[in-house]
Write a protein that binds this ligand. Structure first.
Ligand code: CP
Ligand code: NVA
Length: 314
């Protein structure tokens, strides 16, 4: 793969990328993590600027972008909706045009996928989706790195997501697994199945990569999983649905009994965080020996640095 083809690209969803391109980001991330462990100092973002637009709150994503970019001489600028117009008094198109004149790249976290797409269309600079209602692509890159740190390539491994099957993390995992050849089982009540159009697109990608994709309501299907993954039952912006979700998803809590159903003592537990202990996961699992949630959080920084390096051509 010629890495110069990544220069100038946006990351809105992994649907727009090939398996080889995703693998390139993972390889660079592994390298930058090794550099960080050797305490190497680089200045690869000197002279560059990054706008960080946030409609929703964030700990990991904001800190990963700010530290990855800033520690190498880049200038990140945090802009919440309390600071800028962004669709309030000024259209998204016009905001994009202005930011594109001042910044080397833009990160957006918010509600609509259409907003991040509009920013990419009108800014003329790389735009990164730091989470929308539809997708969370930078998260799942870190998740794959974490899975591969257990040994071997992710292709051919089995990852099960247990919980809200139509949320941004579940949808993004389905896409990246289908692209990379990971067997992905989505365990969710039928009321929370992902939309059929996305499932069909992922099924097409899975046919190319050799991934097996399954959507089921049966938690016994975690059997043989290398990794069991969950996320909050009500995502940001869905607070009004909390009671309904608790009712639907209680049987899908990841507890030790569910982890034991994998039948593999080496299977790991993953969570994008933040977690609500006692709801989607019990404290003994997320704080226990099978959990890799804290490695995942650290890997957000390395994978985001890899994304910035490749797309800014640094
Ligand atoms: N996982 C994740 O995106 O965390 P934040 O919401 O804290 O950024
Ligand atoms: N699905 C969660 C992910 C948080 C990182 C949310 O959107 O709130």
């Amino acid at each position: 793969m010629d890495p110069t083809t990544l220069k100038g690209r946006s990351l809105l969803t992994w649907l727009d990328y090939t398996a080889e391109e995703i693998r390139y980001f993972l390889d660079v991330s592994k390298q930058v993590k090794a550099e960080s462990q050797r305490h190497e100092v680089h200045r690869r973002f000197e002279g560059k600027t990054l706008a960080l637009l946030f409609e929703k709150r964030s700990t990991r994503t904001r800190c990963a972008f700010e530290t990855a970019f800033g520690e190498e001489g880049g200038h990140p600028v945090f802009l919440s909706t309390a600071d800028i117009q962004l669709g309030a008094k000024e259209s998204i198109e016009d905001t994009a045009r202005v930011l594109g004149r001042m910044f080397s790249a833009i990160q957006f976290r918010g509600f609509k996928q259409a907003t991040v797409e509009t920013l990419a269309r009108y800014s003329g600079v790389p735009v990164y989706n730091g989470l929308t209602d539809a997708f969370h692509p930078t998260q799942v890159l870190a998740d794959i790195q974490t899975l591969e740190e257990q040994g071997g390539s992710a292709a051919g491994k089995k990852l099960c997501f247990v919980g809200d099957g139509r949320n941004n993390v579940a949808r993004s995992l389905m896409v990246i697994c289908a692209k990379l050849g990971l067997h992905f089982t989505l365990i969710t009540p039928p009321a929370l199945n992902p939309d059929p159009e996305l499932t069909a697109r992922c099924t097409g990608a899975a046919q190319v990569s050799g991934a097996h994709l399954r959507v089921t309501q049966d938690t016994a299907e975690v059997e043989g999983a290398h990794a069991v993954y969950t996320d909050v039952w009500a995502s940001m912006g869905e607070e009004a649905k909390k009671e309904e979700r608790l009712r639907l998803l209680r049987p899908y809590q990841v507890n030790q009994a569910l982890m034991d159903k994998t039948g593999c003592k080496d299977s790991i537990f993953l969570h994008c965080l933040p977690a609500i202990k006692g709801e989607e996961v019990t404290a003994d699992v997320i704080d226990g020996p099978q959990s890799r949630a804290w490695d995942q959080a650290e890997n957000r920084k390395h994978t985001i640095k890899a994304l910035l390096l490749a797309t800014l051509g640094c």
